[in-house]
Design a protein around this ligand. Structure first.
Ligand code: 3H9
Length: 707
């Protein structure tokens, strides 16, 4: 037997233990080991029943995703699982699957092939394949509806979201919850059922319901998909596969599932989503900061500034169990901040996100204050005052005076230099940027900005903190706009140029949302407030190179007080529910302004709109990568997916560019350079990789920063 699987016995019960850390993925060797163990058990007349269990922290988190990346065509390696599952189900003696941690993907499929399932109360069950652009590929779509019913199977396979043990018990996925020791409980259960006929999941058809009932479930699921996840292959295939379970005998259903699984496996969408899965884990690995670097405990925090960002950040800390002081300069602003926080919590309770009691506990962790008096004991300060260097420096000077040595002093700036802010203190090693995204309590991205003096411990602590806060922390360097906003500048600049050259507001936004962006660039501006960029542009006016084309329409809109959603008008007009509709007045204004400026007007295709906006993003990303402000191209992808609504199934802007081919991207950038001048100067790294026929991913591997 392989060393990944062990066979032991206890009181006449055979115990098969899977030991493939960290998550017992079904890597090559694991299915073979289970199969060999079953052969040995079959030959042993004294065995009354079998328990299948995972060693270590979890049952089985699924097929080995790394294996998928190695497959380019042909039969997927995981396909060998299907015969194993039949072998388990056909065992003469009952097989009881004992689950702790997660039974996900292939792990869930393995569990469902057993005759019974017992689990710890903390266990989770799911078919998350869809999040990797896949569907269950080892009969999950065929066995799950037989255990949990068709509607639940559709929901779980389409959303990829897990259910907990209590729900799994109600649904019929689990037969018993074990309160104490899982293995002992599973053995006791095995002895109870040893002499009874063992039910085979694949023969349990009673939950498959009538064709008419099922038709309603499938049509509702397809309708929801068309609204929310248009163009995604995996969720649509998951519905088709569960439908096959209701219309075909089990074996035929499995074949239908296989065909759909393989289509998904070799799709660009799946490759992109698997890239996102590994990139999200890689982002935590900082080459010059070893895993064992000292991390400071964060037991208490202060947020300075109770505006939208400060209030949101205070909530994020409180939600994670960290008591937080919320400091403002005057009572009215503090009251406004606390009122917003209270109403945000009340809304969450109303929407059923958490209970009133949880909301109260969280609220209790936030203490409003007007003074710096209680700052001397806190472990972490996050400054979130108005975005202006003079004010930020003043706050940091004060923090330096009142905070204990070793406290982390973080700034939530989105554009200003962390090094300059740090220069206001006597301890620049403790200063770092923590750039949250609005709304801070919702958005997953946290850019952690490393100043030139930020200590490794401070960086490691903030990376760790991002996990505690439920965020994806990405380490970035200290350049203007850091990574996300620095790239967003050229992206939105192109959107505005396109408007000035003749595209309509709606056409620009539609092209990008058809590509998959959560929102078009102009609607995004309206949401964030056009005045924010306007103010920043004025602050940085002295840095603009004369003679370089700048968009002007958005500034003109701001001059008219059209700041976006908050003023009821921006690129669009808004009703009192903040619902957008096209504004003919904007079209009229733009026509007049461009005529006045003498900008030539022309028809612009959707393809040009996406190329201009996305390649502007990629070109700037390449520059950032080359200058070292992002560690890896995949870090940029994670920033864009989690902070800017870039579609995960496209893998992020840099992955997307690799998929298009850097030569093609570079040629197009050169074309734009010829047409539109210096702002389109190709990034040297893009040029180099295009000429070498390489990708950004290969560049990362050569630099030793990507696996
Ligand atoms: C599937 O099963 C298809 C089937 O239908 C069969 C087809 C035939 N494979 O997330 P963490 C690694 S598709 C390989 O940081 P956590 C991960 O990269 C699969 N590696 O821990 C990381 O490595 P490193 C369906 C995996 O405690 C380490 O384990 N299943 C796999 O925060 C720790 O991971 C899924 O989609 C894997 N399956 O979360 C489940 N899973 O340390 C995917 C993890 O080098 N996994 N790794 O960076 C998860 O959702 C989370 O990992 C889990 C643990 C919740 C299990």
């Amino acid at each position: 037997m392989t060393n990944l699987v062990q066979l032991t016995s206890d009181n006449g019960v055979a115990i098969i233990t899977i030991n493939n850390p960290p998550v017992n993925a079904l890597s090559p060797g694991v299915p073979e080991g289970i199969s060999e163990a079953l052969d040995q058990i079959a030959q042993n007349a004294s065995v009354k029943a079998t328990v299948l269990i995972g060693g270590g922290r979890t049952f089985v988190a699924g097929a080995d995703i790394k294996e998928f990346g190695k497959m380019t065509s042909g039969k997927p390696r995981g396909a060998g699982l299907l015969p194993l599952l039949l072998k388990i189900e056909d065992s003469a003696k009952p097989v009881i699957v004992a689950i702790h941690g997660t039974a996900f993907g292939g792990g869930m499929e393995l569990a469902m092939a057993g005759h019974y399932r017992v689990a710890l109360a903390t266990a989770q069950f799911g078919q998350p394949e869809v999040k990797l652009g896949l569907i269950p590929g080892a009969a999950g779509t065929q066995r799950l509806p037989r255990l949990a019913g068709v509607a639940k199977a559709v929901e779980m396979c389409v959303s990829g979201n897990p259910v907990n043990a209590e729900e799994a018990l109600k649904l019929g996925i689990v037969d018993r919850i074990i309160e104490d020791d899982l293995l002992s409980g599973a053995i006791a259960f095995a002895l109870e059922v040893a002499d009874k006929p063992a039910p085979k999941t694949r023969e349990r058809n009673e939950k498959l319901r009538s064709a008419a009932e099922n038709a309603l479930i499938f049509s509702a699921a397809r309708e929801a998909l068309a609204k929310k996840q248009r163009g995604l292959l995996a969720p649509a295939s998951a519905i088709d596969a569960v439908e096959a379970a209701t219309k075909m005998p089990f074996d035929e259903g499995c074949k239908a599932e296989q065909k759909l699984f393989i289509e998904c496996l070799f799709s660009e969408q799946s490759k992109s989503l698997i890239h996102v899965f590994f990139s999200e884990r890689e982002v935590a690995k900082i080459p010059d900061i070893p895993k064992q670097t000292n991390v400071f405990p964060i037991h208490s925090a202060v947020v300075v500034g109770a505006g939208t960002m400060g209030g949101g950040i205070a909530m994020v800390l409180a939600n994670a169990g960290i008591p937080v002081l919320l400091k403002e300069a005057d009572q009215a602003a503090l009251d406004r901040g606390m009122t917003t926080i209270r109403s945000n919590y009340a809304n969450s309770v109303k929407r059923g996100r958490f209970s009133q009691q949880i909301a109260e506990e969280r609220l209790k962790r936030i203490t409003p204050t007007l003074t710096y008096d209680d700052f001397s004991n806190v472990d972490l300060v996050i400054e979130a005052v108005f975005e202006g260097m003079a004010l930020k420096k003043e706050v940091f000077r004060e923090l330096d005076r009142v905070c204990k040595p070793g406290a982390i002093l973080a700034s939530n700036t989105s554009t200003l230099s962390i090094d300059e802010i740090a220069s206001a203190t006597s301890r620049p090693e403790s200063v770092i940027g923590t750039h949250f995204f609005s709304p801070a309590n919702v958005m997953r991205l946290l850019e952690i900005v490393r100043g030139k003096a930020s200590s490794k411990e401070v960086v490691a602590t903030c990376m760790q903190l991002s996990k505690t806060l439920g965020k994806v922390g990405v380490l970035v360097g200290n350049c203007r706009g850091f990574v996300g906003n620095r790239m967003f500048g050229p992206y939105r600049r192109e959107a505005q140029f396109l408007i000035e050259e003749g595209a309509s507001v709606e056409a620009v936004d539609r092209a990008l949302s058809d590509f998959g962006m959560a929102m078009g660039p102009l609607a995004t501006g309206d949401l964030a407030g056009l005045d924010v960029g306007w103010r920043i542009r004025k602050e940085y006016l002295h840095l603009e190179v004369p003679g370089i084309r700048q968009p002007f329409v958005e500034d003109r809109l701001c001059e008219l007080g059209r700041y976006g959603q908050k003023t009821g008008a921006g690129w669009y007009k808004y009703d009192d529910q903040r619902r957008a509709s096209p504004d003919p007045a904007v079209g009229e204004l733009i026509r007049n302004w461009v005529e006045e400026a003498g900008t030539e007007q022309r028809q612009i295709s959707a393809a040009e709109i996406t190329d201009r906006c996305l390649y502007a993003l990629v070109n700037e990303g390449a520059r950032i990568l080359e200058e070292g402000y992002a560690l890896r191209a995949s870090d940029i992808d994670i920033i864009y997916i989690n902070g800017y609504g870039f579609p995960a199934h496209r893998g992020g802007p840099m992955w997307y560019a690799d998929a298009v081919g850097l030569k093609r991207v570079y040629d197009r950038v050169c074309e734009f350079h010829r047409q539109h001048g210096e702002i389109w100067q190709p990034a040297p790294l893009l040029k180099q990789l295009a000429e070498q026929g390489k990708t950004f991913a290969e560049f990362g591997r050569e630099q030793g920063v990507t696996a």
